[in-house]
Design a protein around this ligand. Structure first.
Ligand code: FPP
Length: 243
């Protein structure tokens, strides 16, 4: 089994774009007899360390799935608790992120979040907008199909207005209208907690991504496990449909 193999991280071949589905907060809390929000809080602590390690390793883009378009179905206390954690995270981390030249981006329509969370996010976006180091993308109220639809709708409007001939539409044009426009696609997508799904994350961008699945629950995901996952990715042979 691949998971039992030992991997040696090659610091000369760090992926440019790593995407992570941070899964298992609820189960981590349940195992401790605690409410789900306790797990999300621990998940936030884990995230802090992963952002820092990404920067140290020289990852250029880190994209994390914090809240999906489907997560609204969760109990209201959990949903509002996650949005409050965003505020806590920014209050505690923004100065350090900025000092480390990290640029924060939000993927998804965050206008649907509570005002205080929007304010915290916009403060982070504004403060870090000219930074040139690690690009830290937080997917919030994000869905891959929704993202593709937004880009398609804009292109359809251009066709309607006679600015674009449908025959001239290219993949690059569609890709440019995604939240990741101008970024490289993720070479690797990591999902924690043993679930083997993409769950509407980066559908377009994952066409050639390698998937690394780990049983570790997100709050237990350490920088060491992160490096092991990247090393596992480095052990893959990527062929992009060739031989
Ligand atoms: C998935 O675990 C996790 C989430 C839906 C929320 C992720 C949130 C954080 C990591 C904390 C805050 C984030 C930021 C950006 C500050 P789950 O609840 O689906 O776990 P389960 O599958 O065990 O129930």
């Amino acid at each position: 089994m691949e998971n039992n193999a030992t991997y040696q991280l090659d610091r000369e071949r760090i992926p440019q774009h790593v995407a992570i589905v941070m899964d298992g907060n609820g189960r981590w809390a349940k195992l401790r007899g605690k409410p789900r929000l306790f797990g999300h809080n621990a998940g936030m602590e884990a995230l802090k360390e992963i952002v820092k390690r990404s920067d140290v390793l020289g990852v250029k883009y880190l994209t994390v799935y914090a809240f999906s378009t489907e997560n609204w179905k969760r109990p209201i206390e959990e949903v509002s608790g996650i949005f409050k954690l965003l505020i806590v995270y920014m209050e505690r981390e923004l100065d350090e992120l900025h000092a480390n030249n990290v640029k924060v981006n939000i993927f998804g329509d965050y206008s649907k979040l509570p005002k205080a969370s929007i304010d915290a996010l916009e403060t982070a976006l504004n403060k870090t907008k000219n930074n040139t180091g690690l690009v830290f993308n937080i997917a919030l109220n994000y869905g891959g199909r929704d993202e593709i639809m937004r880009s398609v709708r804009r292109l359809a409007a251009d066709v309607r207005d006679g600015k674009l001939d449908p025959e001239e539409l290219t993949e690059d044009m569609l890709g440019a209208g995604l939240y990741t426009g101008g970024m490289v696609d993720p070479e690797v997508i990591i999902r924690t907690s043993g679930e083997l799904r993409l769950s509407n994350f980066l559908l377009w961008q994952s066409a050639y991504s390698e998937f690394v699945f780990t049983d570790v629950l997100w709050p237990d995901f350490t920088p060491e496990e992160y490096e092991r996952c990247i090393a596992e990715f480095q052990g893959r042979k990527r062929r992009y449909g060739g031989v």
